[in-house]
Design a protein around this ligand. Structure first.
Ligand SMILES: NC(=O)c1ccc[n+]([C@@H]2O[C@H](COP(=O)([O-])OP(=O)(O)OC[C@H]3O[C@@H](n4cnc5c(N)ncnc54)[C@H](O)[C@@H]3O)[C@@H](O)[C@H]2O)c1
Length: 202
């Protein structure tokens, strides 16, 4: 199948085309930005996509409507273990399996460590690191049970490799995401599934 890749992604991947026909892909933080681009690129390449974000209105609807392919939009707060379990179950119910998980949901708030409230630290860690863990856990279970070799892609950042002023919580979370991905990759190796972090060292 010759996939149509949306403009933003097309610029990045140039002339490469992909075929994900028959694959079930779950993408978090899909209401805008990078997550929306992932959804539209996978859908255009033939995947059955679940696009998740905090709420359906105000972004996710537009993500699904703008996709040239099969996209189900579901609300989920990735920092809520029950909601994540329901999201992954809904993905398997809809498409029979989960082949690819992209942990993209992320938040950022700017504070120097000396002025950072504990609540701000907790919020950023909860979404960027704990949310990634919860989604990995729920999806990895399904992938291991299915035995077909799934793929988990955790969104990192330049902040996965170095310190960034005003972003200690985000940097800690993204370093943690890199460590989580590496460990999960080792744990999943014998099952045929894989885990990796997507990030650019800049
Ligand atoms: N944009 C960049 O330059 C850049 C660079 C490096 C890494 N990243 C990473 O890429 C990912 C996406 O970045 P972006 O710029 O598109 O962000 P964005 O802020 O545009 O979009 C993030 C999405 O995540 C959603 N979200 C926030 N909290 C959530 C939660 N608890 N549960 C579910 N969804 C939630 C938001 O509603 C939003 O739709 C993030 O993980 C970010 O850290 C982005």
């Amino acid at each position: 199948m010759e996939a149509h890749i949306p403009t933003q992604t097309a610029r990045a991947v140039k002339q490469v085309s992909y075929d994900f026909t028959g694959m079930s892909v779950l993408i978090t933080g899909a209401g805008r930005g990078v997550g929306r681009s992932h959804v539209q690129a996978f859908a255009a390449a033939g995947a059955d996509v679940v696009a998740a974000d905090l709420r359906i209105e105000g972004g996710l609807e537009e993500t699904a409507a703008g996709a040239d392919g099969n996209v189900a939009a579901l609300a989920c707060d990735v920092s809520d273990a029950t909601a994540v379990e329901q999201l992954v179950s809904a993905t398997v119910d809809a498409y029979g399996k989960i082949d690819v998980l992209i942990n993209n949901a992320g938040i950022i708030e700017l504070y120097p460590v000396a002025d950072m409230d504990e609540a701000v630290w907790d919020r950023v860690i909860d979404v960027n690191l704990k949310g990634t863990f919860l989604c990995c856990k729920a999806a990895a279970r399904r992938m291991i049970e299915a035995g077909n070799g799934g793929r988990i892609i955790n969104t990192g950042s330049g902040a996965s490799f170095r310190g960034v002023p005003l972003l200690a919580h985000y940097v800690a979370a993204k370093h943690g995401v890199a460590g989580l991905s590496k460990t999960l990759a080792v744990e999943l190796a014998r099952t045929g599934s894989r885990s990796t972090t997507s990030a650019r060292r800049r």
